[in-house]
Design a protein around this ligand. Structure first.
Ligand SMILES: C[S@@+](CC[C@H](N)C(=O)[O-])C[C@H]1O[C@@H](n2cnc3c(N)ncnc32)[C@H](O)[C@@H]1O
Length: 186
């Protein structure tokens, strides 16, 4: 995802739903000492781990759908494995596009069922993986299979990025289960 985002050295990159900061080092490597990484997450537990990992890092507790960044306040935004957790991922992607403004960079990485012919046989296993990773009661609360909701949200987020960006790269990894999209905001 960070390679697809391709931030310039000195850029300010905001990662939405940064979790424990697993992507922080990769972004820092790309933006260099003059650049800036800001991780946003609403879970204090994961932010504590991220801060332990890098006490100098900027990790902010906030809602990724309403990040405390002024429009144009970032050069690039990215989110890994977050779109599927948002009720309206397309709206979130539009918000992130506003943060970076025209010419800014966006990238998404998400998991969803594969459409690759040779790999589709593994989709039932992926469904079990999603169900096992969902909090109890998720299916009842969503009134649909968590995997179907995940697929729909991931598709909506990546479609929004493609429609709102030029210079789009979109691809899959890991047998088609992982989707990466990136582009430059129009
Ligand atoms: C599956 S984890 C991925 C973490 C990280 N991006 C990574 O690649 O390791 C999803 C993260 O998104 C966060 N998250 C989900 N919805 C959020 C929201 N609306 N605002 C802020 N964080 C959110 C969760 O707290 C969690 O840390």
């Amino acid at each position: 995802m960070v390679d697809a985002l391709a931030p310039d050295p000195c850029d300010t990159v905001v990662e939405l739903g940064c979790g424990t900061g697993a992507n922080h080092g990769r972004v820092r490597d790309r933006v260099g000492p003059a650049g800036r990484y800001v991780g946003v997450d609403f879970s204090p537990g994961v932010l504590a781990v991220a801060r332990e990992r890098d006490p100098q890092g900027s990790f902010v507790r906030a809602d990724a759908t309403r990040p405390p960044v002024r429009p144009g306040g970032a050069d690039a935004c990215c989110a890994a494995f977050v779109s599927g957790m948002l009720p309206d991922p397309a709206a979130a992607v539009r918000t992130w596009a506003d943060l970076v403004g025209p010419g800014g960079r966006l990238a998404l990485l998400d998991l969803a069922r594969t459409t690759r012919p040779g790999w589709r046989a593994l989709n039932p296993g992926f469904r079990l993986f999603v169900r096992a990773g969902s909090p109890p009661g998720t299916a009842a609360a969503l009134r649909r299979s968590p995997t179907a909701v995940l697929d729909r949200r991931v598709a909506a987020a990546h479609r929004e990025l493609r429609e709102g960006c030029t210079d789009v790269t979109a691809g899959t990894l890991a047998g088609g289960f992982a989707r990466v999209s990136a582009g430059t905001v129009r």
